[in-house]
Design a protein around this ligand. Structure first.
Ligand code: SF4
Length: 509
């Protein structure tokens, strides 16, 4: 068997078949999206659909959730007492093929796409995670980040539990096993386990006869529920994963809600905490979620356009064209142009096929940098005053390269407009932005200073108030900690450490 191209059975017993693909580790280039320094956390999916091709439906749903994680992915299925699990490093299109999907038989499936926020990127950390309690097998897929994972892990180790990965998701799974030992009832055990978890978690669990969804009391990461064309229940991180399989969106899983679905499609809902204070991640609206997903009944595209309109009211500029940094800046750029009655044009063409690749670019290609992904339309740009709209600036390096690209293409003036406020604080709730040291807005005194660094003629951000206003909801609805430093879920002191360190830099000049 050629281990580079074919799946390899590495473990097999009566209850479980686990394949591991021999693709090995791969390059760190993101698929589809520009190198943004933001790394999405994960996408989760679950389906309870006896008689349907659950593995294939999950495979397509994971395609739709690929933007939430491009490092590894996996699908687990249950057929009677058998669990079939396949997971590996790579994109959904690289990890699965016809042969593998055909082996993933079952009425219930749980799927996951991952970008590592805790735990390094290796096969041990890929999900779904499989744990066993007596004869009961449980698979778990998680999006988010526990802020008390170390404390819980140490507690579990003190009770004799061993860990195979470095993820907080395994901590959750083992916690459920511990509670099963106390309660001997899955529903109660899940409830008790998640009462002990602090942080952000949107979780899908599968067993041989149940599909479970759990969302943290702050509802930081999204999670929704729908039904297939045949009326079976599905759970997904975003509604775009329902659309791709022809399922109908029903509603969001509420913050602090636990949903139990049986094979008979009976759905039990329970709130597992008494105090619910939603703090949805506002960056899901700005950047992370797909524009064709929905939030509170409206498309994410709608919110992004509103952000662009508000930005235009706050920071107008007279220009020949409004262009976007594709694709995530496009809806805001269209809103910006509409509000100011300026022409919107494509100005940077994205190569959609530069994704994760096993071929590392040579030094010469690396030097071309951003040109691998974006190519300017010179006849639009040369001699023109250009407004470029993007959703955020994290480190500033990408913006600087984009400005240079436009300058080299003959732009007369370049005005950068950003549809989020300056990002000054790290995220502890499932988005991998390490420390303040990496954030240009934490290190630089002003937008003018950042404009000088990226060499734009002007740079303006939407205001915090303007961002909230364009959602049509209240500030209290959202987590906005990466702009304000006000964390809705307390961050343990030991986590703050290095992430909060930074050195102010001067960009006078
Ligand atoms: S800190 Fe920022 S990225 Fe993290 S959950 Fe809050 S709003 Fe979202």
């Amino acid at each position: 068997m050629d281990s580079n191209t074919k799946s390899e059975v590495i473990m097999k017993n009566n209850h479980q078949t686990l394949w591991r693909n021999g693709l090995g580790t791969c390059g760190s280039t993101e698929a589809g999206r520009l190198e943004h320094a933001w790394k999405e956390a994960c996408g989760v999916f679950g389906i309870m659909a006896p008689g349907e091709d659950t593995a294939r439906l999950t495979f397509f749903a994971l395609y739709a959730l690929q933007h939430r994680g491009q490092e590894s992915c996996g699908i687990a299925t249950f057929l009677n007492n058998n669990v079939f699990l396949h997971k590996d490093i790579g994109l959904v299109s690289q990890v699965f093929n016809e042969e593998i999907l055909a082996k993933l038989q079952g009425d219930i499936a749980v799927g996951h796409t991952r970008y590592s926020t805790t735990g390094s990127n290796n096969i041990c950390n890929a999900q779904p995670i499989l744990v066993t309690y007596k004869n009961l097998k449980i698979v778990l897929a998680h999006n988010g980040n526990l802020v008390n994972a170390t404390e819980l892990r140490n507690y579990l180790i003190s009770r004799g539990y061993k860990f195979e990965s470095t993820t907080d998701s395994e901590v959750m799974a083992k916690l459920i096993v511990l509670e099963l030992d106390n309660k001997n009832d899955l529903q109660l055990a899940v409830k008790e386990a998640f009462k002990k978890c602090k942080g952000a978690y949107s979780v899908v669990l599968g067993t041989k006869d149940s599909l479970v969804a759990v969302r943290d009391p702050d509802g930081v990461r999204p999670l929704c529920i729908g039904t297939t064309l045949k009326g079976h229940h599905v759970i997904a991180s975003e509604s775009c994963a329902l659309d791709i399989i022809g399922a109908t969106y029903k509603r969001e899983v509420a913050p602090g809600e636990m949903i139990f679905i049986t094979k008979e499609q009976k759905l039990d809902s329970d709130l597992f905490v008494s105090e619910i204070k939603p703090h949805h991640c506002i960056f899901e609206l700005i950047y992370f979620s797909r524009p064709d997903s929905t939030f509170k009944g409206l498309s994410i595209y709608h919110f992004r356009k509103e952000l662009g309109r508000q930005l235009a009211r706050e920071a107008p500029v007279n220009a020949d064209y409004v262009i976007s940094v594709p694709d995530s800046g496009t809806p805001a750029a269209i809103g910006f142009a509409e509000e100011l009655k300026l022409p919107f044009s494509e100005g940077l063409i994205k190569n959609r096929y530069v994704g994760r690749t096993f071929i590392q670019p040579s030094q010469m290609l690396r030097e071309l940098g951003i040109r691998l992904k974006l190519n300017p339309l010179r006849d639009i740009i040369a001699g023109k005053k250009i407004v470029v709209v993007d959703d955020s600036i994290v480190r500033g390096n990408t913006s600087r390269k984009i400005v240079k690209l436009l300058r080299d293409s003959g732009a007369k003036e370049i005005h950068m407009r950003i549809s989020s406020p300056p990002v000054q604080w790290p995220c502890f709730y499932g988005i991998d932005i390490d420390s303040r040291e990496q954030l240009i807005a934490a290190k630089t005194n002003s937008a003018e200073g950042i404009a000088r660094y990226i060499e734009a003629d002007t740079l303006k951000y939407i205001s915090h108030e303007g961002m909230i206003k364009s959602t049509g909801l209240s500030q209290e609805t959202f987590c906005t900690a990466c702009f304000s430093g006000k964390y809705p879920i307390e961050i343990p002191k030991e986590l703050e450490g290095a992430k909060f360190r930074y050195e102010k830099i001067s960009t006078k000049g």
